[in-house]
Design a protein around this ligand. Structure first.
Ligand SMILES: [Zn+2]
Ligand SMILES: [Zn+2]
Length: 110
């Protein structure tokens, strides 16, 4: 997109001014390029990532999972809670989560 200076009608050029793309003119006129759309997109991505995090945290806080004899990789205790969760697409295999009943270390296996 080509834009012209509203002051002197010269062609505006793209320059990096202080880390932001800005349209500048020989006469000193400057116009920052709109980046609002990108910002909104980034915010949405950040939000959905936070939601994913919360999902895992919530399931970790529930302690009604069945227990199984599984060696904890951290403290070698041989009893761990276990549960399954679909963390990828519906056609992917379930992921098995384990949490040591002694040290609360949580890990997962396919
Ligand atoms: Zn100008
Ligand atoms: Zn442990």
């Amino acid at each position: 997109m080509v834009e012209f200076c509203p002051k002197c009608s010269n062609l505006l050029r793209k320059r990096n001014v202080g880390g932001r793309l800005t349209l500048v003119c020989k006469c000193g006129y400057q116009k920052p390029l709109e980046k609002d759309n990108k910002k909104v997109e980034q915010n949405i991505q950040r939000k959905s990532k936070a939601l994913e995090k919360n999902l895992v945290i919530v399931s970790e806080n529930i302690s009604v999972h069945p227990k199984t004899s599984k060696f904890c990789p951290k403290c070698d205790h041989k009893e761990a809670e276990t549960w399954q969760m679909q963390i990828r697409g519906a056609d992917e295999p379930m992921t098995h989560f384990f949490r040591c009943v002694k040290c609360k270390y949580t890990w997962r296996e396919q």
